[in-house]
Design a protein around this ligand. Structure first.
Ligand SMILES: Nc1ncnc2c1ncn2[C@@H]1O[C@H](COP(=O)(O)OP(=O)(O)OP(=O)(O)O)[C@@H](O)[C@H]1O
Ligand SMILES: [Mg+2]
Length: 343
């Protein structure tokens, strides 16, 4: 069992506050992902949970027990780092067994735990190799193996896949997901990759500048972003935002937007290109990018930033074309002047 609760958790380095009051509950067995731009405090928050950083203010509890002053080794937590942190002079088997040996676990128990871990991680043919003789993905699996054999209640991952190439990342992502369903342990996973966040998470915590912008399921964040930041952080290409005063004021009526809406957001795949004059927006195409499964049309609306429209590969649209666009009112997100969502 490991239900994690953070109440108004803060962290300062000297006079600089980098974590500004986090309230968060992570349920037992949940897969929680911290996502957000570089420097927003993901690693700091994870390290505070692990006990590698002091908590300046607030409370962190596991299953109702305050952990602020409990040593890292006593929290029932194992952490897997981006850098793997393997011992170069030890074999795969020795690396995985290391922590158990230090704790003077009986040899028969070590063997059984290590054998189970290497089988689960498909490392059983590599146990006598040294880290330098392994690929990046294999090294990362050794680092995960080392965490598993300690039988922690909670696993923490800090960007574990960011040193891997794209194909291996996808493969390891599915392995981590598989590991979660088998072990049924609480996991917190830090990434700045929103695809990893969307695919792995039961619960996403979106951070910015040391604060939570939104907590929810991947679907919540995509379908009901609570503010402009969440709206533009989740989803690629990102949501197009229109300010409803001035040039785009006609959208208010066309799209039935509430009176207090100050911005509206439309995702690239929610636009439809229609015959000239039938649309609610006109634009000039600047560039058409072919992606294989879709095309991205970059278009300019006079005097504004470029918008992006996703189209099927068969699109006839070419650079310099004038296009007319429409969308369904159901696909439009409305935001108030302060950037918060309006329902
Ligand atoms: N030891 C430290 N002393 C002072 N400031 C620090 C220290 N460690 C981190 N910071 C600052 O705290 C903020 C959060 O850093 P953190 O490493 O948690 O960000 P992150 O979200 O993990 O970013 P990234 O995606 O780049 O890893 C940053 O502004 C960083 O400069
Ligand atoms: Mg980090």
């Amino acid at each position: 069992m490991a239900k994690l609760e953070l109440k108004d958790v803060k962290k300062s380095y000297g006079p600089v506050e980098v974590i500004k009051g986090i309230d968060l509950t992570i349920e037992d067995g949940e897969f929680c992902v911290f996502v957000g731009p570089s420097g927003c405090g993901k690693s700091t928050l994870l390290r505070m949970i692990a006990g590698l950083e002091d908590i300046t203010d607030g409370t962190f509890a596991i299953d109702g027990e305050r952990m602020n002053d409990i040593a890292p080794a006593k929290r029932g937590i194992a952490m897997v780092f981006q850098s793997y942190a393997l011992y170069p002079h030890l074999t795969v088997r020795e690396n995985i067994a290391f922590g158990l040996k230090v704790r003077k676990t009986p040899k028969a128990e070590i063997d059984s735990l290590v054998n189970e871990a290497v089988t689960m991680l498909q490392l059983d043919k590599l146990t006598e190799r040294f880290p330098r003789e392994l690929s990046g993905g294999q090294r990362q699996r050794v680092a995960i193996g080392r965490a598993i054999v300690g039988q922690p209640e909670t696993f923490l991952f800090d960007e574990p896949l960011s040193n891997l190439d794209a194909e291996l990342r996808v493969h390891m992502r599915t392995q981590i997901s598989d590991l979660h369903s088998r072990l049924k342990r609480t996991m917190i996973y830090v990434t700045h990759d929103q695809v990893e966040a969307m695919t792995l998470a039961d619960k996403i915590v979106l951070l910015r500048g040391g604060k939570i912008e939104q907590i929810g399921s991947p679907r919540d964040l995509y379908e009901r972003p609570q503010n402009l930041f969440a709206a533009q952080f989740i989803g690629t290409p990102k949501m197009n935002i229109f300010e409803l005063n001035g040039d785009f004021s006609s959208l208010r009526d066309h799209l039935n937007l509430p009176a207090d809406a100050h911005y509206c957001g439309i995702r690239p795949d929610s636009f439809e290109i229609v015959n000239d004059g039938d649309g609610i927006l006109s634009a000039t195409v600047r560039l058409v990018e072919y992606l294989g499964n879709a095309c991205l049309v970059h278009a300019e609306i006079k005097g504004h930033d470029t918008i992006i429209i996703e189209q099927p590969v068969g699109t006839q649209v070419r650079a310099a074309d004038r296009i007319s666009l429409t969308t369904s009112p159901n696909a439009v997100h409305a935001f108030a002047k302060d950037g918060n969502r309006i329902d």
